[in-house]
Structures are given as structure tokens and as C-alpha cells.
Design a protein around this ligand. Structure first.
Ligand code: NAP
Ligand code: GDD
Length: 332
């Protein structure tokens, strides 16, 4: 089979975003390489369907062992693959956990991004580089909604590490002329979201209660508000950024916020149960500090790249709860 000219390398290919991005790029006829770390369990559930596809795996989809802490291996993979586009998505992505494991979070999120930028800078052919930045860089936001020019005021170790990496990406673009884009993404969710993020936890909890597998759902702060979109729409934004003639930073958001309580309410409405009867609070899930007023203005990416989200909040909640119900029913 003839190799396509567009070659993408994805760090974090096994994650929520990595899996949707791989599907998108494979549909667009890219050759896709992903970096995976050694785990005790070989099953990589989010990309297993792609790995099992004989038309893809070993032909247009390749996996390479590597870890963000291992610069010699990262350098070798990048030299061998010689990507035209690189999507750097890997890292410890749980904000609450970053208070418990701050050092490894900052190492993986901050220093590893620097490591990759240095390797990319030394490549003989130009590599377009996407960095997975986050709304968490705005933290105690000084303006609302936030734009690409809002000051960085992170409120968590994770947010500090992303702010460091975001600013470095800007420095490498300005100082060395590298094609580096920061996608400043607000929360985006899907049935493939990790189980310890609040939306998936709620969707799973509501479905399990509806099927009599659980009798309560224990959460932290119900009043937190987030700007929640669909992961499938957000990986499209990542791709669009690297197709533009110039590199830049873009906020990707819906511009709408909802509270955790509203998410709970909508999820339990899908299964027709009164949430007040089942949802309990445990301060274990509260964070030492929370960002405030996080809501994004995605006017720039809308006007420059023509991006707009396809789905809305109600559809997202329904899609996530129905996926949980279907998964339970298929096992029974
Ligand atoms: P995710 O589901 O948690 O996936 C993280 C990926 O990083 C996984 O593939 C994981 O591998 C890999 N990884 C973690 N540590 C690694 C290491 N030391 N070496 C190699 N690989 C490592 O995250 P996501 O939701 O897809 O998010 C993708 C990126 O966007 C993350 O950087 C996240 O911080 C950022 N982001 C996400 C959101 C959001 O709402 N989802 C919003 C803004 C920014 P394993 O499968 O082996 O664990
Ligand atoms: N995880 C979790 N578990 N969060 C809870 C719970 C719970 O039981 N109860 C309430 N929450 C609240 C959190 O305190 C937070 O205010 C909100 O729900 C969302 O939490 P998460 O789903 O863990 O996401 P996040 O906003 O902290 O971080 C996500 O979005 C960032 C972009 O804004 C992650 O995807 C980050 O990687 C990403 O950068």
C-alpha cells in the first residue's frame, strides 16, 4: 500500500482525544503514528478497534513504545517517523490529582513539552506542532469570557504546568519560527472520557443506578461550573489549526457554562430518576482551589478557521448516558 504524504505523530494516542483524533486523521488519509507507554495490560481500549483493523494497523497506523520522560526514545521515534504534523496530547490530565502528584504532573506536562519542542527544533524538515493547552491556564480568570489574550493565572499544579508549556510553545514560535499552535481547550467530554472525570462519573453513575447496579453516586462540589463541549468537535479544531498557513493560539470552547448540578439533573432525566434521592456529597472530591469564571470565547477560531461546535449540552449528556446504558446492556 502506498504511504500517504501526510504523516502525523500523536503523543497520548490512547487517551480520549488521541483516539478521536486518530479516527479523524485516518479518515483524511493520513499515516498515523502513536506513542504508547508500557503498561501491564496490553488492551488499549479506546484504540483497540483501530489496532484490530488489518487494513489499518501496520499499514497506516503504527504504535511505538515511548514515555514522556525518555528523551532519547522520543528523539529516535521522531527522527524515524519524520512527521509532517505532531499532536502533543500526552500527560497527566486530572486537575484534582495534580494536587496529590504535583511533581510528576509538572514533569510530564511542563518539562516533556519543552523536551519535544527541542527535538522538533532539531529536525531537518519542518514539523507542525500542536500543543494541548487548557482553560486551566486562566485559573482565577481576570476577564470573562477568556480569549487568547487573557492573562495566565492558574490555580492548580496542572494549570501551572500547562501555563509553562503554553508560554514555552509561544517562545519557540517567536524565537525560532517553529510552526507551533496552542489549542486552549475548555472541557470536552464523550463516552470515552476517563471514568474519574465528573461528566463520565455522573453518566456512568446514573446508568448503573437505573440498572440497579449501584444505589448512590458520590460527588464533590455540585456548584462548580464548566464550559463543556464534545470531544469529537474539539479534535477537529486541533486539525484545523495545523492546516492554516500561519501558526497561532486559539481558544476552543462553547461559550456556555453549566454547573455540575445541571449535568447531574440532565443525566438523571435521561434515565427518568430523581437525582436528589441518589446523589451524595463527599468533601474528598473537593479541590483545595477551583478556577473561577471559566468560559471561553472561540470567536477567533470561528472567524479564522471556520470552526464551530456541532453538538450542544443536552445532546452531550444524552449521548454519554445512553452509551453507558448500552455498555451495561451489552454485557448482560
Ligand atoms: P487522557 O484521556 O487522560 O489521555 C492522556 C494520554 O496521555 C493517554 O494516552 C496517556 O496514556 C498518555 N500519557 C500520560 N502520561 C504519559 C507518559 N508519561 N508518557 C506517555 N504517555 C503518557 O486526556 P485527554 O482528555 O485525551 O486530553 C488530551 C490532552 O489535552 C491532555 O494533555 C489534557 O491535559 C489536555 N486537555 C484536555 C481537556 C479535556 O477536557 N479533555 C481540555 C484541555 C486540555 P495511558 O493511556 O497509558 O494512560
Ligand atoms: N473529577 C471530579 N469528580 N470532579 C468533580 C466531582 C467528582 O466527583 N464532583 C465535583 N467535581 C467538580 C470538580 O471540582 C470540578 O470543578 C468540575 O467538577 C470538573 O472536574 P473534572 O471533570 O475533573 O474536570 P476539570 O475541569 O478539573 O479538568 C478537565 O478540564 C480541563 C480544561 O478546563 C480536564 O480534562 C483537564 O485535563 C482540562 O485541562
Amino acid at each position: 500500500m502506498k504511504e500517504s504524504k501526510k504523516v502525523a505523530l500523536i503523543t497520548g494516542i490512547t487517551g480520549q482525544d488521541g483516539s478521536y483524533l486518530s479516527e479523524l486523521l485516518l479518515k483524511k488519509d493520513y499515516t498515523v503514528h502513536g506513542i504508547v507507554r508500557r503498561t501491564s495490560n496490553l488492551l488499549r481500549s479506546r484504540i483497540e478497534h483501530l489496532r484490530r483493523d488489518e487494513k489499518l494497523y501496520g499499514r497506516r497506523l503504527f504504535l511505538h513504545y515511548g514515555d514522556l520522560s525518555d528523551s532519547t526514545t522520543l528523539r529516535r521515534i521522531i527522527s524515524e517517523v519524520s512527521p509532517t504534523e505532531m499532536y502533543h496530547l500526552a500527560g497527566q490530565s486530572h486537575v484534582g490529582l495534580s494536587f496529590e502528584i504535583p511533581e510528576s504532573t509538572c514533569e510530564e506536562t511542563g518539562m516533556a513539552t519543552l523536551r519535544l519542542l527541542e527535538i522538533v527544533r532539531a529536525q531537518p524538515s519542518p514539523v507542525k506542532f500542536y500543543h494541548a493547552s487548557s482553560a486551566e491556564i486562566f485559573g482565577d480568570a481576570s476577564a470573562s469570557p477568556q480569549t487568547e489574550n487573557t492573562p495566565l493565572r492558574p490555580t492548580s499544579p496542572y494549570g501551572c504546568a500547562k501555563a509553562f508549556a503554553t508560554q514555552l510553545a509561544r517562545v519557540y514560535r517567536q524565537s525560532y519560527g517553529l510552526f507551533v499552535c496552542n489549542g486552549i481547550l475548555y472541557n470536552h467530554e464523550s463516552p470515552r472520557r476517563g471514568e474519574n472525570f465528573v461528566t463520565r462519573k455522573i453518566a456512568r453513575g446514573a446508568a448503573r443506578i437505573a440498572r440497579n447496579l449501584d444505589d448512590e453516586l458520590v460527588l464533590g462540589n455540585l456548584e462548580s461550573r464548566r464550559d463543556w463541549g464534545r470531544a469529537q468537535d474539539y479534535v477537529q479544531a486541533m486539525w484545523l489549526m495545523l492546516q492554516h498557513q500561519t501558526a497561532d493560539d486559539y481558544v476552543v470552547a462553547t461559550g456556555e457554562t453549566h454547573s455540575v448540578r445541571e449535568f447531574v439533573d440532565a443525566a438523571f432525566a435521561v434515565v427518568g430518576l430523581p437525582w436528589e434521592k441518589y446523589v451524595k456529597h463527599d468533601s474528598l472530591f473537593n479541590r483545595p482551589t477551583e478556577p473561577v469564571r471559566l468560559v471561553g470565547c472561540s470567536e477567533k477560531i470561528g472567524k479564522t478557521l471556520g470552526w464551530k461546535p456541532a453538538g450542544n449540552f443536552a445532546q452531550l449528556v444524552r449521548e454519554m448516558v445512553e452509551a453507558e446504558l448500552a455498555a451495561i446492556d451489552s454485557r448482560q
